[in-house]
Design a protein around this ligand. Structure first.
Ligand code: KG4
Ligand code: ZN
Length: 336
C-alpha cells in the first residue's frame, strides 16, 4: 500500500491505496474554504496553520495501514511553499520512522490521475487542466511522459472565477458561486473574447477580469447577468483555444481535469466539441475534481512501479513547475 498526502493549497487530504489493484482503501479531506472565504482567496499563512492542525488528525485514522505501507507519497510541487512544506514534513517523518521510500508527486500530474482512480490509465490523452492555479493543455502518455501544448499568460481559469466573485462581493471559491448565479442571468453584457486575434494556442484571463471590473463599476448590469456573461466568455476562450489544439494534434482521447472541471456549462460545451470532432471525452468523478490525496496516491502507484523515489534528504519543495513543450519534445525525439 501507498499512503499519500496532499497539502498544496487549501485542502488537507490523505489517502491509502493498494499498489497491486489500485483500490482506494482510505480517503479523507478537510477543506479550508470557510476559513478563507472571509478574505476572498487563500491566505497562505492561515492555510499552512490549518494544514498543521488537520494533517495529524487525519493521519491518526490511518495507523492500521502503517505495517503494510511500501511507500509514502506527497505533493511537493507546484503550490504554495508554506503549505507544501506541511505535507512534505509529515511525509519525511513517515519515511524515516517507517523506513519506507518517499515519492514526490507533481500536483498537476496528480490531477491527470484523478481520471484513473481505481481505473487503468488512458493513453495517449490530451488534457485540459483548469484549476485555481493553472490553465494548461497537456499531452499525457504515461507518468514519465507529459508535455505542454499551451498554458496561460497570466491568470488561470479558476482564479478568474474567484476574482470575479470577489469583485461581485460573493464568496470564495468563486467557481461554484458564479456558476450558480449565472443560471439566473442572461448573456447580455458585452465582454471581450481574450486573444481572439493572436495566432498562438495560449490562454489569458486578466483582460476579461479587468473588463468585468469596469462593468461592475459602471453599475449598468445586474450581478447575475455579469456572472452569466463572464462565464460564457471564459468558457468560450477555452473552447476557442482547445479547438486550435484539436485541429493541430487530432487527439482521439480528450479529458478535462482540475477543480473547474466540475463546471457543468463547461462540460456541456466540450461535449458539443467532442461530437463535432469525434473524440472521446473524459472527466474525473465529481468528488475527485478538486484537490485530493486519492489522485496523488494513484499517480504514486505508477511512480512506485518505476522506482521513481526521492531520498528524504533530497526532496525539494517546488512552488512553480514547467513542463517541456510538446513541440520541443517532438524535435528532441526526432533527433534521437
Ligand atoms: O484544482 P483545485 O481544487 O485547486 C487548485 O489546484 O487550484 O481548483 C480550485 C479552483 C478554484 O479557483 C475554484 O473557483 C475553481 O477551481 N472551481 C470552479 C468551479 N468549481 C471550482 N470554477 C468554475 N466553475 C466551477 N463550478
Ligand atoms: Zn489542484
Amino acid at each position: 500500500m501507498i499512503l499519500a498526502i496532499e497539502s498544496s493549497c487549501d485542502d488537507t487530504s490523505i489517502a491509502v491505496m493498494e499498489i497491486q489493484n489500485k483500490k482506494l482503501l482510505f480517503h479523507k479531506k478537510i477543506s479550508q474554504e470557510t476559513e478563507h472565504s472571509l478574505y476572498g482567496g487563500v491566505v497562505p499563512e492561515l492555510a499552512s496553520r490549518l494544514h498543521a492542525e488537520a494533517l495529524p488528525k487525519i493521519l491518526e485514522q490511518t495507523k492500521e495501514f502503517f505495517p503494510k505501507l511500501k511507500a509514502v507519497a506527497v505533493t511537493n510541487a507546484p503550490g504554495l511553499s508554506v503549505t507544501l512544506q506541511e505535507g512534505v514534513m509529515m511525509a519525511k517523518a513517515l519515511s524515516i520512522s517507517l523506513n519506507i521510500p518517499l515519492i514526490g508527486v507533481n500536483h498537476l500530474i496528480g490531477h491527470i490521475y484523478s481520471l484513473f482512480i481505481e481505473k487503468e490509465e488512458i493513453k495517449p490523452l490530451t488534457v485540459l487542466l483548469v484549476s485555481g492555479g493553472h490553465t494548461k493543455i497537456l499531452n499525457f502518455n504515461g507518468i514519465d511522459s507529459v508535455c505542454e501544448i499551451a498554458t496561460t499568460m497570466d491568470d488561470s481559469f479558476g482564479e478568474s472565477f474567484d476574482k470575479a466573485a470577489k469583485m461581485l462581493g460573493l464568496g470564495y471559491p468563486g467557481g461554484p458561486v458564479i456558476e450558480n448565479l449565472a443560471k439566473k442571468g442572461s448573456d447580455i453584457v458585452p465582454l471581450p473574447l481574450p486573444l481572439k486575434n493572436s495566432p498562438e494556442i495560449a490562454f489569458s484571463y486578466s483582460g476579461l477580469k479587468n473588463a468585468v471590473r469596469l462593468v461592475i463599476e459602471g453599475k449598468k448590469y445586474k450581478s447575475e447577468d455579469i456572472a452569466a456573461s463572464f462565464q460564457t466568455k471564459a468558457i468560450e476562450h477555452l473552447i476557442f483555444m482547445c479547438k486550435r489544439a484539436i485541429k493541430k494534434y487530432h487527439p482521439s482521447n480528450f479529458a478535462i481535469v482540475g477543480g473547474a472541471s466540475a463546471n457543468l456549462k463547461l462540460r456541456e460545451e466540450f461535449e458539443k466539441l467532442a461530437r463535432k470532432f469525434g473524440f472521446k471525452l473524459f472527466y474525473p468523478e465529481m468528488k475527485y475534481t478538486s484537490d485530493n490525496a486519492a489522485m496523488i496516491a494513484r499517480a504514486a502507484v505508477e511512480m512506485y512501479k518505476r522506482n521513481m523515489f526521492t531520498d528524504y534528504k533530497d526532496i525539494k519543495i517546488i512552488p512553480r513547475v514547467r513542463f517541456e513543450k510538446c513541440e520541443s519534445l517532438k524535435k528532441r525525439e526526432e533527433k534521437n
